[in-house]
Write a protein that binds this ligand. Structure first.
Ligand code: GUN
Length: 282
């Protein structure tokens, strides 16, 4: 029988626990989110992040900036947030407008306030399996969901589709750090099906609607779907054809209600963990 990995319920347990911890604090953690321009998907993501932060009892700052902001202006804002003792976590919503180079700004964020774990410092620490201050939220949420359902990682073959800095690369490293045998695939991979069929755990982060069909997966595979595409009828779809594959999988995440809520829960957890590091709380 196939088990649906309930990200919504798991995320709720994590955020409820955080809410109870935050209730006991005199000074509440503060998450600052910078959003540039008016990318509709980014706007929805940022709204959801703010809503969850406020529900938990965090302070939330959302800085909305014009599409045409200059490099110097953005640099100044990030530096001010780094210096601000009341701000514990800084998130720069991606993608940035074309004239701004992502990595220049991600590396300006103080690693101790880098809630996404995207700075070179934290990515390097992750690569070395050496305690980064924060681990990227979606990859961390994937591993947490697997752990929550006691799904073995060690020694199993994990195939990752997609090599983005946000999901594909960091989740591959996390799986490797947990002694999985990791296969990284991407748009230039030839014979993708060969690698997806080898997977005990298949992580799909390609952003291609319902590309994974039952012929492409192994019997009893664990299927994690990170993709979110809006259908013409407005419904959200993943990279995996859920109805077509679910009976062949042992575990599968739904879209929506799988990795999405886990990502937000991990962002909240990272904010609280950075707060504790900054306050010297164990
Ligand atoms: N854009 C899409 N996903 C993310 C994320 O996890 N963090 C940031 N900063 N931007 C994103």
């Amino acid at each position: 029988m196939t088990i649906i990995l309930d990200g919504r319920e798991t995320a709720k347990k994590i955020t409820e626990k955080l809410r109870l911890e935050v209730e006991k604090l005199d000074v509440k953690p503060t998450l600052a989110v910078i959003i540039i321009g008016c990318n509709p998907a980014s706007k929805v993501y940022v709204k959801n992040k703010e809503k969850k932060a406020l529900e938990i009892g965090f302070n939330s700052i959302v800085i909305e900036l014009d599409e045409n902001i200059t490099k110097d202006e953005l640099e100044k804002i990030i530096k001010e947030l780094n210096e601000d003792k009341n701000v514990n976590g800084i998130l720069l919503q991606l993608p940035l407008p074309k004239h701004l180079n992502e990595k220049d700004f991600l590396d300006l964020i103080d690693p101790k306030k880098d809630v996404d774990g995207f700075s070179s410092y934290n990515s390097g620490k992750l690569l070395k399996n050496d305690s980064p201050y924060a681990i990227p939220c979606t990859p961390k949420g994937i591993i947490r969901l697997l752990d929550e359902y006691n799904i073995d990682i060690e020694g199993r073959v994990s195939t990752v589709i997609g090599r983005s800095n946000i999901v594909g690369k960091p989740v591959s490293i996390l799986l490797l750090n947990r002694n999985s045998t990791v296969i990284m695939t991407h748009t230039k991979t030839k014979n993708l099906e060969h690698f997806t069929k080898s997977a005990d755990i298949l992580i799909c982060a390609a952003g291609k609607k319902e590309m994974i069909k039952k012929e492409m997966i192994k019997e009893n595979a664990v299927i994690i779907d990170v993709g979110i595409t809006r259908d013409i009828d407005g419904r959200l779809k993943g990279d995996v054809d859920f109805d077509n594959t679910k009976d062949k999988a042992s575990y599968i995440t739904p879209v929506p209600g799988g990795i999405g809520p886990m990502t937000i829960a991990m962002l909240m957890e990272n904010t609280y963990e950075l707060y504790k590091i900054q306050k010297g709380i164990k």
